[in-house]
Design a protein around this ligand. Structure first.
Ligand code: HEM
Length: 328
């Protein structure tokens, strides 16, 4: 599954500088959808369905005290999709009788808001099966954020089952350097003050071999060896820059926090159509500290990617493209 030229153009390229280090990189979301419906919608909904059909263990859970938060999520997602993609989604509210239509999936359901028995799944599962985003729900209590519900079919190397119920600093436990830099303390203080109707966003990135969305630690045995198959000949097609667009949304009834994660991938070959991005990725990978290379799982192919990139004259192409721009 590759990207159209339009999708490549809109790719959320994550780097502002030639080197990368963890920081509290959170921006407001204004006049923009929270959930993105893109050209991979059908393929990704199908893949999510396949994974959930294999078993929900480690893929979906919601603690009993998250019932109200589940309905918050239903309301926010339905309104967001109906507002931003009216040709595909509509919501009709008649008191607490709601009719939801998803034309993309040929689905139309009428249900009673806050009455779970009127939906085919739990409310959170019902609606999150219709978006491309993985979603984590956090309960805010005791001055902390707890991972108390989630749907996770496309994780970048972590396990929902392992993290279930953990506090913010606990589930970030394995991340190198960021604790010492105070990033998580600051980020948590910020998140706990997110207001209703004012969502925020940040980007995270890593790399993946073979455009594999499901790199869960629970299925590690299935994909770990793929990282050893990268050669100079196949590098451009196999290695992908993987970017997560994450959102932070306050839930109005439960005061929980919703954390949707949309994963975008671009192969190095596709990225090469933008030489400025390619040069920047080259610099970031050259400057990336060894513990981050290791943590992000890049060690088996990091050197091969750098050798592959070195065949392109990225510096002089950059100079000539900026000369062209300034001579116009
Ligand atoms: C509130 C919602 C959030 C949840 C549920 C969440 C969850 C996670 C999880 C599960 C991981 C993987 C850790 C592992 O290796 O096992 C992770 C990584 C990380 N998170 Fe968060 N996170 C959240 C918000 C944030 C925020 C606001 C920041 C701001 C700085 C942040 C920064 C990071 C960083 C830097 C990593 C390492 C990623 C990498 O290098 O690939 N997270 N997060």
């Amino acid at each position: 599954m590759s990207n159209s030229p339009e999708a490549i153009k809109n790719f959320p390229f994550p780097f502002q500088n030639d080197s990368y280090m963890y920081a509290v990189n959170i921006q407001p979301v204004t006049n923009q959808a929270i959930f993105d419906v893109d050209e991979h919608y059908h393929a990704e909904i199908k893949e999510r369905d396949r994974i959930l059909t294999e078993g929900k263990q480690g893929r979906y859970f919601a603690f009993p005290h998250m019932k109200v938060a589940q309905w918050d999520v239903v309301e926010i997602i339905m309104n967001d999709l109906a507002n931003y993609y009216p040709e595909s989604f509509s919501l009709t509210q008649n008191g607490d009788r709601w009719t939801w239509e998803n034309k993309k999936l040929n689905l139309k359901d009428t249900f009673t808001f806050l009455d779970e028995s009127t939906l085919p799944y739990e409310p959170f599962e019902y609606i999150s099966r219709q978006v491309q985003e993985d979603i984590i729900l956090l309960d805010q209590r005791e001055g902390d954020l707890f991972m108390d519900a989630g749907i996770l079919t496309f994780p970048a190397s972590w396990s929902l089952g392992f993290d279930a119920g953990m506090r913010f600093e606990e589930f970030h436990g394995p991340v190198p350097r960021a604790h010492e830099l105070g990033v998580f303390k600051k980020a948590k203080a910020f998140l706990m003050r997110v207001q209703i109707g004012k969502p925020w966003t940040r980007l995270n990135w890593t790399m993946t071999v073979n455009r594999r969305l499901d790199t869960s630690l629970d299925t590690y045995a299935d994909w770990k060896d793929e990282r050893n198959t990268v050669t100079l000949a196949n590098c451009g097609a196999k290695v992908h820059l993987r970017v997560e667009v994450q959102r932070f949304v306050r839930l109005p009834r439960s005061n929980g926090l919703m954390f949707p994660i949309h994963t975008y991938m671009i192969s190095l070959e596709e990225l090469l159509t933008n030489r400025i991005w390619t040069r920047r990725l080259d610099q970031v990978l050259k400057n990336l500290p060894p513990d981050l290379v290791e943590y992000k799982g890049l060690s088996p192919y990091h050197e091969t990617v750098l050798t592959w990139l070195s065949q392109f004259d990225l510096e002089s192409e950059l100079v000539s493209s900026s000369q062209v721009a300034s001579s116009k």
